[in-house]
Write a protein that binds this ligand. Structure first.
Ligand code: ADP
Ligand code: ZN
Length: 531
């Protein structure tokens, strides 16, 4: 269905038109496809619904031969195979829900070269028998769907996926397409590390392409919480007859707040996992069907809810981390029309989230990592410059200031902090980008405790140069430097701070740094107990 002599980018467009009936690629689909067609293993990170499948299906058709698609869920596999068959593509799946005879018949077709995409579960693929049978076939591409399942950093780790680490040894010529909707920087690194091959000189191969997290129609606002019921009521009353979601932390709160809003003639309903399933379904149906319903919910609400005209998402507390926040606000404005995300946060939120993490009972590495993820969200809350920029930088995307967040619309009064920022850059650099907030600030403040002496940090020229600035201020400045992308928090490396290209520009004098003095809180709240 395409002209094989045309440049690959044109072939890809032809397939998009002929097979799928779409006129153009979305986001960075084209770039992902191009990278794979050029033989580069590629990790594509895109939100759900952006069209990840096309990114490997089109190269599969252009390459010819066999493409293996690893997918964790039988239901997902069956859906995709069905859709491909309808579009006239030879796709099949081998999985445990099928009768043995069916799987055997499918395998025969695969072996005869009649199938172009074979969907298979990881545990079936990684058996010696399957691998040696596949070695005789022209496997030209391997796609790993839900690739985050390979990472122990995330909550969806699947031991079955870990075996896939050996794939690039078995099929050294086939590029690997890894796809996921949920991957922060640490997880992305981990996926690439596990799946992508290394060249002879040990350099890791492969590309990471992140896209589509920008939802420019959602106005972002973060405000300190004071009289929060009044803040909520004012917000909702100004948006009467609009559908919205109000997130609360506890089941009890959702009921209390729904009641409170009802007293003020708002059509509010509670939703949480503790409600009777009939009640839950009824509330959900009302929300979906009728205009202007406000759902007051715990995070149990939202999964699989696809209501295009949700006009606002109101967080009455700090969400768990950036991923959760992005996902939760992403439920607003799916129709592309203006929508709002409002978050209230206060110091008690920070205290509470810290203790949630400490009481979660994971190992120490796990909680250290979770504390760092929370730090990234705090940096977002205190961003001195465009909020959307700081949100997207976390997901690996860079954009211009958005004009649609509270900071862009009404910039806070900033204080020049270039001198302080340069001190932080210096201490990060002179300690080899290997240390976290606490140590860096202790060095600047001239402390001489054991960990400072052990590394010889008391001998650094920058030791003690920041004595004049209180610890809390240093922490706020550092968080804001992270939010503004002058420093990068390496979550995988236990929260070590790294320099970015903006830090380099700071040093050359090409950029200055300004910070918000208004958001500096008691420092002990920002520090994980077991740092
Ligand atoms: P994901 O796996 O990212 O959730 P899918 O691959 O299931 O997304 O695609 C979501 C929907 O978007 C599908 O209906 C798909 O056909 C459609 N789609 C994908 N790419 C495009 C495109 N370039 N133009 C229009 N629709 C597209
Ligand atoms: Zn902005």
């Amino acid at each position: 269905s395409f002209d094989a002599s045309a440049p690959t980018s044109e072939q890809a467009l032809q397939v998009l038109k002929n097979v799928y009936g779409y006129d153009q690629f979305r986001g960075r689909q084209a770039e992902t496809i191009e990278a794979l067609l050029n033989g580069h293993s590629t990790l594509a990170v895109m939100p759900t619904g952006m069209g990840k499948s096309i990114c490997f299906q089109i190269p599969a058709m252009i390459f010819g031969g066999l493409t293996l698609v690893v997918s964790p869920l039988v239901a997902l596999m069956e859906d995709q195979v069905m859709a491909l068959k309808l579009a006239g593509v030879a796709a099949e799946s081998i999985n445990s829900s099928r009768h043995r005879d069916e799987n055997v018949a499918t395998w025969r077709k695969v072996a005869a070269g009649e199938i172009s995409l074979l969907y298979i579960a990881p545990e079936r693929l990684m058996t010696e028998r399957m691998l040696s049978a596949l070695a005789k076939l022209p496997v030209n591409l391997i796609a790993i769907d839900e690739a985050h399942c390979i990472s122990r950093w995330g909550p969806s780790f699947r031991p079955d996926y870990e075996g896939l680490t050996r794939l690039s040894d078995f099929f050294p010529k086939a590029p690997i397409a890894a796809l996921t909707a949920t991957a922060d920087e640490a997880t992305r690194e981990d996926i690439a590390e596990k799946l992508f091959p290394r060249s002879a000189d040990g350099v890791r191969q492969g590309k990471v392409i992140v896209s589509g997290f920008d939802r420019p129609n959602i106005r972002l606002t973060v405000t300190q919480r004071n009289d929060w019921k009044k803040q909520l009521l004012d917000f909702v009353e100004a948006r009467r007859d609009q559908a919205g979601i109000v997130y609360c932390l506890s089941r009890k709160k959702t009921e209390e707040i729904a009641e409170f809003l009802k007293e003020h003639n708002i059509r509010a309903l509670p939703y949480h996992a503790g409600l009777d399933s009939g009640v839950r379904a009824a509330h959900q149906a009302l929300f979906m069907r009728e205009a202007g319903v406000v759902m007051v919910a715990t995070i149990a609400f939202g999964m699989g809810i696809d209501k295009p005209d949700v006009r606002f998402v109101f967080h009455s507390n700090l969400p768990a981390n950036m991923e959760a926040y992005a996902q939760e606000i992403g439920r607003a404005g799916r129709d592309g029309a203006p929508a709002e995300a409002m978050m209230l946060y206060g110091l008690d939120d920070i205290r509470m989230r810290r203790s949630f993490i400490d009481n979660e009972g994971g190992d120490e590495d796990h909680s250290a990592r979770e504390h760092k993820r929370l730090d990234a969200l705090l940096a977002y809350c205190e961003a001195p410059t465009c909020r959307r920029q700081s949100l997207l930088v976390y997901f690996g995307e860079e954009i211009e200031p958005c004009d649609n967040c509270d900071i862009c619309i009404d910039p806070p009064t900033l204080k020049d902090g270039t001198v302080e920022a340069l001190r932080l850059v210096e201490v990060v650099e002179s300690t080899g980008e290997m240390f976290g907030t606490v140590q860096l600030i202790d060095i600047l403040r001239g402390l001489t405790h054991e960990k400072i002496k052990k590394y010889g940090h008391d001998k650094l020229p920058c030791h003690g140069t920041g004595k004049g600035t209180p610890k809390e201020d240093w922490r706020a400045i550092l968080r804001q430097m992270v939010a503004a992308n002058f420093l990068r928090l390496d979550i995988q490396g236990h929260g070590a701070l790294k320099l970015t290209s903006k830090a380099v520009e700071l040093k050359t004098g090409a950029l200055r740094f300004a910070f918000r003095p208004d958001v500096m809180g008691p420092s002990e709240l920002y520090r994980p107990k077991k740092a």
